[in-house]
Design a protein around this ligand. Sequence first.
Ligand SMILES: [Zn+2]
Length: 374
Amino acid sequence: MAKANLPQHRDAEALSNLLATPEITALIADLEATRWTGRPGYPIRAMVGMALVKSLHCLPTWTRTVVLVKDHAGLRAVLGCAPSLDACYRFTAKLRQHHNRLAECIESVLAALHDEHPAMGEIVAIDGSDLPAYANGQKYLYKNGPERKIYSDSDASWGHRSAISTRKGGGYYGYKIHAVVDVATELPVAWHVESASIAESAQVPTLLDMAALRGFLTSVAILDKGYDLPPIYETCETRGIHPIIPLRETFAVKAGKDKPPKCEHGPWIFAGSDAKRGASKWRCPTGECQPVSTWVKADRLHTLVPRRTDRWKALYRQRGCVERGFGRLKNEWAMLPLRVRRIERVRLHVDLTILAQLVTALAKARAAAVPLAA
Ligand SMILES: [Zn+2]
């Protein structure tokens, strides 16, 4: 179907390059070392290749991936065979058992991307996005009927998603991916899949710690209004990260408590922040007051990067990268529609999808860094 529109970086040659990257080669060697093939099976390299083909060709199912490879001489030549559907299922089952090997591979790809983009992960946006389950998403058995009690994916749950363009917001049954996306590369640096009913804000500490463990030195985190809760500010600030979050219209905001100090000479002017002190400095516009300036302790209402500054506005405008990142993963890398059930299978599917995207970005960055031989 979309074969004609497939970007050039996703052809057979691209697959061959990806399989040859040191990070993927290491994963193949790692998996081979587990010697899991009890029966004469397909080579591990071919199975890792199948997983890459699935995402590169934006296919939601293994069935379609198997059919594509069977009919595609170029892909078959790179893989050295056309693995069966059963082999694909056995491979994913084994990957779930050896998920730490896959995690190590993802970490090595991220570290290599970090080397290519030294500023990666410094300014990030965080958000959650809906992953509707491979299950019946009707809450009621029939119109005005009783509520559904049994779902075909019992790990999923009811969550809420916000409106995007022409799609209405509302309830959905499934999972949610929570992610930290680097604003410069628009690539995810940390992510986590949970059942949809789990609160987004609860994921922020886990995500920030995951990004830090992977060696990213985050200084700014951009989040939407849904995260405007005091613990989120604390979570960020205790890690030395500036939270960029718009205010909800709470009672304190309506009362104007977020406004800068003021005097008879007008509202005071922002004169810089001291992160160590955890406070921002404000001074009288004319300098006639005594004392001429004051320190305001950082909290939800008074952040170290004040909301009215141009810097805050410029940073907040970059939040869109997280939406674009999710959109790309869902539409161009087949993160959706989910065609697996149970949370550990959904997590594996998401990890494999993101790995394909990251390793493709890495191959591109490396190719751009090395001038082509004439
Ligand atoms: Zn004054």
